[in-house]
Design a protein around this ligand. Structure first.
Ligand code: PEP
Ligand code: MG
Length: 564
């Protein structure tokens, strides 16, 4: 595949996927380089004795080529990026690992296998040394991949550095692919896999890049082809008409400028208030969210603080961590969620059992049945953090399915002088929201899991992303049920799933009666600005219309026609 290859999809073809970050951008396609699979490398035959010297020279030449390419890139970069690239170039020519690999080649190993083995050896050593050396492990693996690609005559792995602003297309993106992604050079993302809560979606949201996932037919679009990504409609247009593309990008730019100028607080054009808050996972995230007009934290995912912990953090340590978030939003509302461990977020110290269907298993509040002390200690820590900071948090439980669970949780929270609520993520809880509200002071709808459980479709499955779309009318009908229950007793009902990050859907949720929206910090301005441009009447009209649509795609189109 070369930059000049002709596109295989005809001009103007519109591919459809799931929109995850609003905005429009266009540019030539770049794709991450692919590596030969490790089993192919392992299966390569030994090198004959008389060819080993040549194989060793081939290896050294490849390592030198990688180092000089990195150095050339360092010369064109500035600041921290230049330093990182120069340091990586130096490591590529480090005598220690080069010598180890060369020895293996001289003993008969093909160069790619020798590179893998030598780097593995140094990765182990660096990891054991810990500290700064351990931090070089990623660089060493990066060099390994670059040298292997060079030996195989393949383009550089990872995201290539484009010469002009480009659109990154991929199957899916790993964190390593996107580390240091420069939003001025990569202007949009689209993937053939991934769902609205996939890693790609999270990165795109953080960087504010228009993004569409689960795009059918994306594999056919070759590097170099111009595409237009519309992260609002969920489309990728192949070789678009240049004038139409320019017009769409200009409109999106105007919207982005409006978003950047939005300073809050959240309200419709006719002054119907809807608090717009941020989802955070630690103190650092909260401090950066504080730089946006977010009016508080609508979801603090506490389990994400402890993903790499083997043992349960003590009450004091937990209190310190929670206090950081409460301090960052001093004087504003913070909703702390108790540990949502299990399923895709297992915590070692919870001691999860092997389960055939972990998403339907012991996760969230269900852990408390087998380990009540864990929840008690966490609530003690949350109360202590509230006392220490003078910012008394609201506290909610994840994965509530019954009225009884909500009642028991509320009693535990109230006994510590805190305000109890529950997440609505299970259809059973949405259906009985009115009875749950007899016990708790607020609800927060987790549309990610509510979509998964309503549609019986794994939120991690790329094949089912069209089903786990929060625009599904069935999901929105459950949101309406919960919001109505809240309105009847004048208690707040927020949304804290990814649905709240979609400006158009945020307006529909407002029309359904939701009283607050909490999303990734990067989405706050876009959501606030969009809401400020529409009236409550328009939101309600859109809400009515979406509920009667036959599909998520129709629901989105119908809302767009009303809300613009
Ligand atoms: C949700 O399910 O919508 C939610 C906010 O919780 P999480 O994404 O952490 O499961
Ligand atoms: Mg959830």
């Amino acid at each position: 595949m070369t930059a000049s290859s002709p596109p295989t999809s005809p001009s103007g073809t519109v591919l459809h996927g799931v929109p995850v970050v609003a905005g429009v951008a266009h540019g030539p396609v770049i794709r991450p380089g692919r590596l030969p699979a490790l089993d192919e490398i392992d299966a390569a035959p030994e090198i004959d004795e008389e060819d080993r010297a040549a194989e060793a020279s081939r290896f050294i030449a490849a390592a030198n080529a990688v180092a000089s390419r990195l150095r050339a890139r360092a010369a064109h970069a500035t600041g921290a990026a230049a330093e990182v690239l120069a340091a990586t170039a130096t490591l590529a020519q480090d005598r220690a690992w080069l010598g180890t690999a060369e020895k293996l080649v001289n003993a008969g190993a093909p160069a790619p296998r020798a590179v893998v083995a030598a780097v593995d050896q140094f990765v182990d050593m660096f990891t054991q040394m810990g500290g700064l050396m351990a931090e070089r492990v990623t660089d060493l693996r990066d060099i390994r991949d670059r040298v292997i690609a060079e030996l195989a005559g393949l383009p550089e792995p990872g995201v290539p550095l484009p010469a002009v602003p480009s659109v990154l297309l991929a199957d899916d993106l790993a964190p390593a692919d996107t580390a240091g992604l420069d939003p001025s050079l990569v202007v949009a993302l689209a993937t053939s896999l991934g769902g609205p809560t996939s890693h790609t979606a999270i990165i795109a949201r953080q960087l504010g890049l228009p993004c569409v996932v689960a795009v059918e037919g994306l594999d056919e679009v070759e590097a170099g082809t111009t595409v237009l990504v519309d992260g609002t409609r969920g489309t990728v247009t192949v070789s678009p008409d240049p004038a139409v593309a320019a017009e769409q990008v200009a409109t999106a730019k105007r919207e982005a400028e409006l978003a950047a100028r939005w300073t809050g607080p959240g309200a419709t054009a006719d002054a119907h208030a809807v608090a717009i808050m941020a989802n955070v996972q630690d103190g650092a995230g909260a401090r950066s969210a504080r730089q946006t007009p977010a009016e508080g934290v609508g979801l603090f995912r506490t389990e994400l603080c402890f993903l790499n912990r083997d043992t349960e953090p003590g009450v004091d340590e937990q209190a310190r961590i929670y206090a950081e978030v409460l301090e960052a939003f001093a004087g504003q509302k913070v909703v702390v969620r108790t540990l949502d461990a299990g399923s895709d977020k297992p915590l070692k110290f919870v001691g999860h059992h092997e389960e055939a269907n972990p998403a339907l298993g012991v996760r969230g509040i269900r852990i408390a049945a087998g380990n009540p002390g864990l929840l008690e200690r966490q609530l003690d820590a949350i109360a202590a953090a509230g006392e220490r900071t003078g910012n008394q948090p609201w506290v909610m439980a994840p994965m509530i399915a019954t009225v009884g669970e909500a009642k028991a949780f509320a009693a535990q929270v109230r006994s510590r002088g805190l305000t109890p609520g529950v997440m609505i993520e299970v259809p059973a809880a949405a259906l009985l929201a009115d009875r749950i509200l007899e016990h708790v002071d607020f609800l927060s709808i987790g549309t990610n899991d509510l979509s998964q459980y309503t549609m019986a479709a794994d939120r991690m499955s790329a094949d089912l992303a069209m089903l786990t779309d929060p625009w599904q009318p069935a999901v929105l009908a459950l949101v309406a049920t919960a919001a109505r229950a809240g309105a009847a007793v004048d208690k707040p009902v927020g949304v804290c799933g990814e649905a709240a990050a979609d400006p158009l859907l945020a307006c529909v949720l407002t029309g359904l009666g939701v009283t607050s929206l909490s999303a990734a910090a990067a989405a706050v301005n876009g959501v606030g600005a969009k809401l400020s441009q529409v009236t409550l009447r328009q939101c309600r009209e859109a809400a009515d219309v979406v509920l009667s649509q036959p599909s998520a795609v129709d629901a989105r189109a119908a809302a767009l026609a009303i809300l613009g």
